[in-house]
Design a protein. Structure first.
Length: 135
């Protein structure tokens, strides 16, 4: 996940409540450049946490349709754990990929991020961040 340019579209279940989980879609030159799911940890509640995990599973299911429900669940858990427990920033998180989509989880400024990004074929080398294939 990186800073992105282009148009941003955000879904907030209730825009009046700023700490609910949200989904942002970034479009650059007519293509998806990033999908970010966020959860503010400073006002944690179980239902917000559950909503965030559901949003993550649903989003990952769209970008990784060949994965089983259990594999999506496992990937969601891996990303959440990476972000919430490891407290890693975007610059040093692992990116998991399959085909042309990658995903990562990180924690920054009190917010958990789970992102889906395009992965070009030559990215598998992992020059900038650790990268692992989803098997």
């Amino acid at each position: 996940c990186t800073a992105v340019s282009g148009d941003r579209y955000t879904f907030d279940p209730d825009p009046a409540i700023h700490n609910e989980p949200s989904i942002s879609l970034y479009i650059h030159e007519g293509r998806i450049s990033q999908v970010s799911l966020t959860l503010a940890e400073h006002d944690w509640t179980q239902w917000r946490h559950d909503m965030f995990l559901t949003q993550c599973r649903n989003t990952l299911g769209v970008f990784f349709p060949s994965l089983t429900d259990q594999e999506i669940q496992d990937l969601t858990s891996r990303l959440y754990t990476q972000a919430a427990e490891a407290g890693q920033s975007a610059g040093n998180c692992t990116v998991w990929y399959k085909d042309t989509a990658g995903c990562c989880g990180y924690f920054e400024n009190g917010i958990i991020f789970v992102c889906v990004v395009p992965v070009p074929e030559n990215t598998a080398e992992g020059r900038y961040v650790p990268i692992e294939e989803i098997l």
